[in-house]
Design a protein around this ligand. Structure first.
Ligand code: IPE
Ligand code: IPE
Ligand code: MG
Length: 248
């Protein structure tokens, strides 16, 4: 750990045993704003600041993969203005973080039904993904227009097509082959899933990948979430005993 970290790393955090992949359901922006009698949009703006903080902290302490649930397939059903503003904020975020990602050796990746995003968001995302594709310091997976069921349906379609063309023999389909046809192909499953704002549900996030993920739900609303709480969750994670169905 170098002296440039912008937060205090407590001694109880073992930086040699960090999760390789942390996934976050960033929830509670709307409630944060409503509590302050503000428009929900203000909550999303404040939430974007938290994303910056948590990305920076993850990079500084050395988390290899951070997957952030930013927009679900179901979120398209929200009022048109909210969806449109979220898309504007998303593009603003990608554009404003591009140089920082390049400078900090971060690779941006996106998972989800990206074809459904507005053209300008896709363009901005594509450009940043391209400019950062060789970076190997950390991966940020932005889950955009993401749904776990849509991801599974897409995987089944690709595998079925390969079976029809004779490229895959249906009897030899394994869990590994399935994983290789998901958006997260080539990545380890998340070790830790954090959900902010207290909801005890998965909301269609990474359904296949979280089979043995450790789950942590905090009542803190996403705009109020910060590095100190993030690190205390990592410490809690390190104290858990993962058994993967075995005995110890
Ligand atoms: C999370 O905050 C951001 C998105 C889902 C896009 P919400 O907008 O869901 O905030 P709450 O749950 O209404 O407080
Ligand atoms: C989950 O939050 C999706 C994201 C954080 C992007 P939601 O606010 O959409 O989930 P529900 O509606 O509470 O299940
Ligand atoms: Mg919500």
């Amino acid at each position: 750990m170098n002296s440039s970290t912008s937060f205090h790393v407590p001694e109880d955090l073992d930086v040699s045993k960090l999760p390789k992949h942390v996934a976050i359901i960033m929830d509670g922006n709307g409630r944060w704003a409503e509590k302050r009698l503000m428009n929900r949009i203000r909550g999303h703006e404040a939430g974007a600041e938290t994303v910056r903080t948590i990305v920076r902290t993850s990079r500084e302490i050395g988390i290899p993969i951070l997957t952030l649930y930013a927009f679900s397939t179901e979120n398209w059903q929200r009022p048109k203005v909210e969806v449109a503003t979220l898309m504007v904020l998303l593009k603003k975020f990608i554009d404003s973080e591009r140089n920082e990602m390049i400078k900090n050796n971060i690779r941006l990746n996106a998972i989800g039904e990206l074809a459904n995003l507005p053209a300008d968001v896709r363009e901005s995302l594509g450009r940043t993904m391209d400019l950062t594709k060789s970076n190997d310091g950390m991966v940020i997976n932005l889950a955009l227009s993401y749904g776990g069921r849509a991801e599974i349906a897409s995987m089944v379609k690709i595998i079925a097509e390969k079976a029809r063309s004779g490229e895959i023999d249906p009897v030899s389909i394994t869990e590994e082959i399935i994983a290789d046809h998901l958006y997260t192909a080539g990545m380890p499953d998340p070790d830790l899933l954090i959900r902010t704002s207290g909801e005890m549900r998965i909301s269609n996030f990474l359904l296949w990948q979280i089979a043995y993920t450790e789950i942590f739900v905090t009542d803190t609303l996403w705009p109020d979430f910060g590095s100190d709480e993030f690190i205390s969750i990592l410490i809690d994670f390190q104290r858990r005993e993962r058994r993967f169905g075995n005995v110890v």
